[in-house]
Write a protein that binds this ligand. Structure first.
Ligand code: G6P
Length: 612
């Protein structure tokens, strides 16, 4: 939530920051702002709305500067308006701050500052933070970085901040706890951002700042310290991120591009891991833990949103193949219970961004109870992979559209590989079945390609339902989480109310909703519950509901009952979600576009949720 960008060096800071903010808009787009140090002083420009609204509002302003900070906001404290937009000045306007995160004890600090005569011009916790820093500096006559360090010892919550100081034009100060912060190291220039996407155009050398670290750039030199004031030697990492991976590449929206990228992203996920000819399945990052997982009595999966749905698919797959009991928990619920975790239990955290606050907190809790923590993440170098014992990246590449698509199929792919590997290690997966899995896995990308060929037909179906007010999604077994995911995609981007249910649960409530205006999407592929779901379709038709069915190629029966049918190729039952989810992604995409919604940046949402 919230994206931050800052620059200090020889380039023009303003265009660079604006471009960077546009890349980070997936993190929030309630307001945007920049602060630049120019000949006329420290100037803040901010505006409710998107980065482009800010750009337009500035028109021909003279904005030449080589040092600046910028922010794109997902509102937490205070409604989205100009006043609450970042950057925030301190009381004397000597400092300006950009902040991603939440300061939980800001109320008490604010009261204290108000008693000392500080006036506030916004409702944000961030304005309190910058004034707190200024006040410490005033009271103790210390340097600004020392004031930041002392403030960090007092504030409770999460933050990535960058400060700019009118009185030190060659200096930028950044700090982090809980929210991500990457520093790009160029030739005599430094970039700060919430992720590497604003940076890679200029340099591939980056430092991922850790919690309780402070970075200071002064007169072209970078120093990183910890909260004990000890100077550190940060690890400079070389990242391989192609610019085209974060651009639209001719598609109208990132979401559509990402849906169509899935044959490639799933292939990338299998690359070097699956080899059917040689009968190999290797997950390098898990090698040392495979025995522990195989011996574990229980696996707990923690995740949020779409990643939680991937976890539900994994529950079926692990139990089916590896015969280990699995529980799937919302990270936010898990962390606030007193969950029973025993030493040796395996906890798998799934997260596209690798930054979700609740998932991170769930990991810390499980770790403190002695569990083995594994991560399944997409964003390389993000916080979750750095806190887990081991894990496997999904290799889907950057996902920019707020609604998750290719990250989901990549998560399911990795989790399936894990389940197969564990089953194999336990000695309960026969060589022939194992080989058949590998063979079938290698065919998944081309089968996804085939599903994508139905895009036009799905668009036509979408046109018939774009005005619907409600939708129900039903599936059984592995297709139940797919139904949940289909419903989530639709509500996220089209704002149509949609619910996913296990098909058999329909008669315990949702059936009351069915009439001639209710579209019901069935994920009804050929599997062990096929006959049962056929009955469920009939139950809906008997009540005049409109049925859209995702079926296995060649199905002769369901097309005689359903109003609309979308075929997917046959595959192993366990791998079906990798195919059956694709038509649902396209359905929600087209419906949202037809309704005139902003599919890449749906209202109220953010891609990376770094607040509770
Ligand atoms: C947000 C995003 C979802 C995502 C969820 C979990 O709500 O909009 O698309 O599924 O966070 O995020 P994670 O990065 O942990 O997978």
């Amino acid at each position: 939530m919230c994206g931050i960008v800052a620059y200090i060096g020889h380039r023009e800071a303003y265009p660079l920051i604006i471009k960077g903010l546009k890349r980070l808009e997936y993190r929030g787009y309630d307001s945007a702002g920049v602060a630049l140090l120019t000949d006329t002083g420290l100037n803040v420009y901010k505006k409710k709305g998107k980065v482009s609204d800010l750009e337009q509002s500035l028109g021909e302003e003279q904005l030449s500067s080589h040092i600046g900070i910028g922010h794109t906001r997902w509102a937490t404290h205070g409604e989205p308006n100009d006043r609450n937009a970042h950057p925030h000045y301190s009381h004397t306007q000597k400092l300006a701050i950009i902040h991603n995160g939440i300061i939980e004890n800001y109320g008490a600090i604010k009261l204290n500052l108000q008693n000392k005569g500080y006036a506030f011009h916004s409702d944000t916790d961030s304005e309190v933070f910058v004034n707190f820093i200024e006040d410490i500096q005033k009271e103790t006559y210390c340097s600004l970085e020392e004031a930041v360090r002392l403030a960090m010892q007092e504030v409770v919550g999460a933050y990535a901040i960058v400060l700019i100081n009118r009185e030190e034009p060659g200096t930028l100060i950044a700090a982090r706890k809980g929210s991500p912060l990457v520093i790009g190291v160029g030739e005599g220039e430094y970039f700060f951002a919430s992720d590497a996407t604003p940076i890679i155009e200029y340099t591939n050398e980056v430092i991922y700042l850790d919690d309780f670290q402070i970075a200071v750039v002064r007169e072209g030199e970078l120093t990183v310290k910890n909260i004990e004031n000890i100077v550190l030697s940060p690890y400079i990492q070389h990242i391989e991120l192609e610019l085209e991976a974060i651009e639209k590449g001719g598609y109208e929206h990132f979401m559509l591009k990402e849906i169509f990228e899935q044959p490639r992203s799933v292939k990338d996920c299998f690359r070097g891991r699956v080899n059917a000819d040689e009968g190999h399945l290797v997950l390098g990052g898990l090698r040392e833990y495979l025995d522990d997982i195989a011996k574990s009595q229980r696996i707990v999966i923690v995740a949020c949103g779409t990643s939680w749905h991937a976890g539900l698919v994994a529950e079926y797959v692990f139990e089916e193949l590896a015969r280990i009991p699995v529980e799937v928990e919302y990270a936010s619920e898990f962390r606030y219970r007193n969950p029973i975790i025993k030493e040796g239990d395996v906890v798998i955290a799934i997260s596209q961004s690798g930054e979700t606050m609740d998932t991170l907190a769930a990991i810390e809790l499980a770790k403190s109870k002695g569990a083995i923590i594994l991560g399944v993440c997409n964003a390389v170098g993000s916080s979750i992979p750095r806190t887990t014992h081991a894990g496997a990246y999904t290799h889907a590449g950057p996902e920019i559209g707020v609604a998750s698509t290719k990250a989901f199929t990549a998560q399911v792919s990795v989790l399936t590989l894990m389940a197969i590997a564990v089953a194999r290690r336990k000695g309960i997966l026969h060589e022939d079945t194992f080989r058949r899995f590998l063979f079938e896995l290698e065919r998944i990308p081309e089968k996804i390609e085939k599903v994508l060929k139905n895009a036009e037909k799905i668009k036509e179906i979408s046109a018939l339902f774009s005005e619907a007010r409600n939708f129900i999604y039903l599936g059984r077994g592995l297709n139940f989480p797919v139904a949940l995911e289909g419903a989530l995609k639709l509500k996220e981007i089209s704002y149509i109310h949609a619910e996913g249910y296990p098909a058999a649960e329909m008669k315990h409530g949702p059936i009351a909703l069915i009439d001639e205006d209710m579209p019901v999407v069935f994920i009804a592929t050929r599997d062990q519950s096929y006959e049962k779901i056929v009955s469920n379709i009939q139950e809906v038709k008997a009540r005049k509901g409109k049925v859209i069915a995702v079926v296995t190629e060649g199905d002769k029966l369901i097309p005689t009952m359903a109003d609309h049918v979308i075929e997917i190729p046959i595959t192993h039952e366990v791998l079906t979600p990798l195919l059956s989810v694709i038509p649902l992604q396209l359905l929600s995409y087209h419906i949202a576009v037809m309704r005139g919604c902003n599919v890449d940046q749906p209202r109220n949402l953010a891609k990376s949720v770094t607040v509770e």
